[in-house]
Write a new protein. Structure first.
Length: 571
C-alpha cells in the first residue's frame, strides 16, 4: 500500500529515540512520503515487557498504520489476577478477578478488549515495517547539541561504533522530534519544564525473568501495596517461560533487589512462598520510581517532543505507552503537510493545543487510580465498580478527543446535540461494518470504514440521500491540495442507483445502516472529514464546513514560513 521512500532524498525530520512513540512517528512520516532519520543512542535494541498493555484506541491506530495484524498474531489476552496471602504459595487465595472483563465488540468499536504484547516485540514489528519503507534505526547515534533558526535546525550527532570508535556529524534538517524518554536530551536542551511529582515513598523493582514450570493461566499477586507486594505476570513468550515480575513497597531493600539477581530471586521465593521456583535467567533488572509529570508545551519552533519525553505516567493503568503513540499520530500528519509545503507550519501549533489537555486529564486519572490502588485493603469488601482494579472503558482511550481545537470545524446546529449522544468535531471517528464498494476505486477487501481510513490522507464522507446534488461538495474538494483528501460517497442501504452519475468518485453503500447512524447522517449530517489520525476534523450539513476546514488546515500553505516563538503554543 505504501511505497518505500527514495533513500537518496535528504531527510526532512530527525526522530530522536526509537521506542514505540518514535517508531510510530517515523512510520507515519514515511507513509506520507517524508524522508526521515530515526536515531537511538543505545547500542542494541532493548528487551523486556515495559509498556506491554495495548489499549483499544491504540489497536485502532496500529490498524491505520497497517501493523495490527502482526501484533494480533503475537499478543496474549490480559489474564485474570489471583491474589494470595504473602508467603502462602497458592494455598491461601484471597480473590480472583479480571481487570478488564471481556466485552463484545460493537459496530463502532471493533476492538473493545485490551491485549498484552511485550514492548520489545511491538518495537520489533514496527521496525520491520520501517525497513519495508526503506529506513532502519541508527543505533549508537546520539544527539549531543541542537540549534535552530527560522528556516532549519542544526544538529550535532555522535555515532559510537561497536569497536568503540566515534564519528561526529553535523546535520541541517527541517524539524526535530525528541522521543528520547523521561531523561532525554531534547527536552532538557530546549528548556521545556517538566512539572509534577516523584513518589519517593513507593519503591518498585521490576524484572523480566524466565521461570520454569510456573503456570501461565494467572497474573499472580501476593501481598498488597500498603505493605509489600509481589506480582508475577505471564508474557507473550510462552516458549521460553518468560514472566514480568515486580516487587514493591515502602520498606523493601530496593538497592539490593535491583542490583543483585541472586537477592532478587531470593526475594521472589520468600514473598511468594514458592521456595522451589527455578529461575533459568534474569534478563532485565531495574529500579523504578513513579513519576507523574508533564511539560508546559510540546513544541519550541522547529523542535518538538512526544511520549515519555513530554509526560510521565504511573504504569498502573497502562496509559503511558498508549498515550505516547497518540502524540506521534497527532503530530505525524501535521509534520508531513508542513514539510511538503501543503500546509502552513503554523498548523504545528495545534499539536500542543490538542495534546496538552488530553495529557493533563490522563495524568489526573492515573494519579487517582494509583492512590486508590495503594490505599486498597485486599481483604475489604470493596464493590467491584469502585475497585481500582476494575478498569473498564475509562482507560480504553476511546473517548479521548480534541473538541474545541482551533483546527476542527463543527457545523452542526448545537440544538441537535440535545437529541442524545452525537458525534462532534474532534471526536474519535467510529467504525462501521457492512460497507459495500459500488465501484473499484477502493482497496480490494474493503468492508468497513476502518479499511478506508489511512495515515497519509484525509477521508471526506459524503452522505447522499435521494437526488441530492453532491457537486458542491466535490467542487470544494478540488480546492484542497492534490492527493490529500479521499472523497467517499456513502449511500443508504437499499440504494441501488447507477453510480456512474458520480463519475470516478468512490461510492459505497452502507448495507447495515451503521455508518449513517454513527456519523449522525440520520439527523442531517451531510459531510464528515476524518483526519489521518482518525479524529473528526469537520462535520456539518452544508459544503461550507469543507471550505472552512481547508482554510484552517491547508490555508496559506506554500507562502508561509515558520517563525520561532520560544513560548508559543501554551494553553
Amino acid at each position: 500500500m505504501f511505497a518505500p521512500v527514495d533513500s537518496k532524498l535528504p531527510p526532512k525530520v530527525l526522530v530522536v529515540g526509537a521506542g514505540p512513540a518514535g517508531l510510530v512517528l517515523a512510520l507515519s512520516l514515511l507513509q506520507n512520503g517524508v524522508p526521515v532519520r530515526i536515531i537511538d543512542k543505545a547500542q542494541k535494541h532493548p528487551v523486556g515487557q515495559r509498556g506491554s498493555g495495548i489499549q483499544p484506541r491504540s489497536m485502532e491506530l496500529y490498524r491505520t498504520l497497517g501493523v495490527l495484524d502482526d501484533i494480533l498474531r503475537e499478543h496474549i489476552p490480559v489474564p485474570e489476577i489471583r491474589t494470595c496471602e504473602l508467603g502462602s504459595g497458592f494455598s491461601q487465595v484471597i480473590s480472583v478477578f479480571n481487570t478488564s472483563p471481556y466485552m463484545v465488540p460493537t459496530p463502532e468499536c471493533p476492538y473493545l478488549n485490551p491485549i498484552l504484547l511485550g514492548q520489545s516485540r511491538t518495537q520489533g514489528i514496527l521496525r520491520n515495517h520501517l525497513k519495508r519503507l526503506g529506513r532502519e534505526v541508527e543505533l549508537g547515534t546520539e544527539l549531543v547539541d541542537i540549534e535552530q533558526n527560522n528556516d532549519y535546525v542544526t544538529c550535532r550527532l555522535k555515532k559510537t561504533r561497536a569497536d568503540g570508535s566515534v564519528e561526529d556529524e553535523t546535520l541541517k534538517i527541517d524539524y526535530v522530534v525528541g522521543v528520547d524518554g523521561g531523561r532525554g536530551f531534547v527536552r532538557k536542551k530546549m528548556g521545556f519544564t517538566f512539572l509534577g511529582e516523584t513518589r519517593h515513598g513507593e519503591h518498585w523493582v521490576i524484572a523480566d525473568v524466565r521461570i520454569k514450570d510456573l503456570g501461565k493461566n494467572y497474573w499472580h499477586m501476593w501481598g498488597d501495596f500498603q505493605n509489600t507486594l509481589l506480582m508475577i505476570r505471564p508474557t507473550d513468550d510462552a516458549v521460553n517461560d518468560e514472566f514480568w515480575v515486580a516487587i514493591a513497597g515502602s520498606d523493601i531493600d530496593w538497592q539490593k533487589l535491583s542490583t543483585s539477581p541472586g537477592h532478587f530471586i531470593h526475594g521472589v521465593r520468600k514473598l511468594s512462598g514458592l521456595h522451589s521456583l527455578e529461575f533459568s535467567e534474569v534478563m532485565t533488572l531495574n529500579y523504578y520510581q513513579i513519576n507523574i509529570r508533564m511539560t508546559d508545551s510540546f513544541g519550541r519552533g522547529r523542535v518538538f517532543i512526544a511520549g515519555d519525553a513530554a509526560h510521565a505516567h504511573p504504569f498502573i493503568g497502562g496509559q503511558g505507552m498508549n498515550t505516547s503513540i497518540q502524540d506521534s499520530f497527532n503530530l505525524g500528519w501535521k509534520l508531513a503537510l508542513a514539510t511538503k509545503s501543503l500546509a502552513s507550519p503554523r498548523l504545528l501549533d495545534s499539536y500542543s493545543t490538542e495534546r496538552l489537555p488530553v495529557i493533563a486529564k490522563m495524568l489526573e486519572l492515573t494519579k487517582e487510580l494509583l492512590n486508590k490502588t495503594v490505599e486498597l485493603d485486599p481483604h475489604s469488601d470493596t464493590p467491584e465498580e469502585d475497585s481500582p482494579y476494575h478498569r473498564g472503558l475509562k482507560l480504553y482511550q476511546l473517548d479521548i478527543n480534541c473538541r474545541g481545537s482551533p483546527i476542527v470545524v463543527d457545523g452542526l446546529d448545537k440544538k441537535s446535540y440535545k437529541l442524545g449522544k452525537r458525534l462532534r468535531a474532534g471526536d474519535r471517528a467510529p467504525d462501521a461494518p457492512g460497507i459495500i464498494p459500488l465501484n473499484t476505486g477502493l482497496q480490494p477487501g474493503t468492508t468497513q470504514l476502518f479499511d478506508i481510513f489511512s495515515s497519509n490522507r484525509h477521508v471526506a464522507l459524503i452522505f447522499v440521500e435521494g437526488n441530492e446534488n453532491v457537486k458542491p461538495y466535490l467542487e470544494l474538494l478540488k480546492h484542497y491540495p492534490p492527493d490529500t483528501v479521499l472523497p467517499v460517497i456513502v449511500l443508504q442501504r437499499g440504494d441501488e442507483r447507477n453510480v456512474d452519475v458520480f463519475g470516478k468518485t468512490n461510492v459505497v453503500q452502507d448495507s447495515t445502516g451503521h455508518a449513517w447512524k454513527n456519523y449522525s447522517a440520520e439527523h442531517g449530517t451531510k459531510i464528515t472529514i476524518v483526519r489521518p489520525d482518525g479524529c473528526v476534523g469537520a462535520l456539518g450539513c452544508s459544503p461550507g464546513v469543507m471550505e472552512e476546514y481547508r482554510n484552517l488546515v491547508f490555508g496559506t500553505s506554500a507562502s508561509s514560513k515558520a517563525v520561532f516563538h520560544p513560548a508559543r503554543a501554551r494553553l
